[in-house]
Design a protein around this ligand. Structure first.
Ligand code: MN
Length: 152
């Protein structure tokens, strides 16, 4: 699900003559100092886009209520298309069309997976990790809801 997907879905969904979002490209994969970013996206429905750098792109989930600081709290995260690494610096207004609305950086930093085999953890739908951001610090997990493809 990682390198194969690339940015095709990202590019297909957007008209770069209209949107200020970065066209980007797949960056060189890194093993250390992996970035994470959370963007507050005031689209038709407000949500928080949670993105983890992996294999030169940003694996992305739309979290309607945003990440919770309470370990007892489970929040829906909808897996969406991989975004280019450049997207992690994007703030701006997306005009009418896909994702129309305001995007603001809400948090960023680095993430460290608990498992060394991140691809398998993603495949299994159970990714545990540490975040070292400004707002988000500590342990979180993304766990796919059983029998559901996109809902974690
Ligand atoms: Mn979004």
């Amino acid at each position: 699900m990682t390198a194969i997907m690339g940015l095709q879905r990202y590019l297909r969904k957007r008209d770069f003559d209209k949107t200020p979002e970065p066209k980007g490209s797949v960056a060189a994969p890194r093993k250390r100092g992996l970035r994470f970013v959370v963007q507050k996206h005031a689209a038709r429905r407000l949500h928080y886009d949670f993105r983890l750098e992996l294999d030169g792109t940003l694996k992305s989930w739309a979290v309607p209520k945003g990440p919770s600081f309470d370990p007892a709290d489970k929040r829906l995260a909808v897996h969406v298309e991989d975004h280019p690494l450049d997207y992690g610096n994007f703030e701006g207004v997306i005009p009418s069309g896909y994702g129309a609305g305001i995007v603001m950086l809400w948090d960023s930093g680095t993430w460290i997976p608990d498992d060394t085999d991140i691809d398998s953890a993603l495949e299994a739908g159970n990714l545990k990790f540490e975040l070292d951001g400004v707002k988000l610090k500590g342990s979180w997990a993304l766990v796919r809801i059983s029998n559901q493809e996109k809902n974690w």
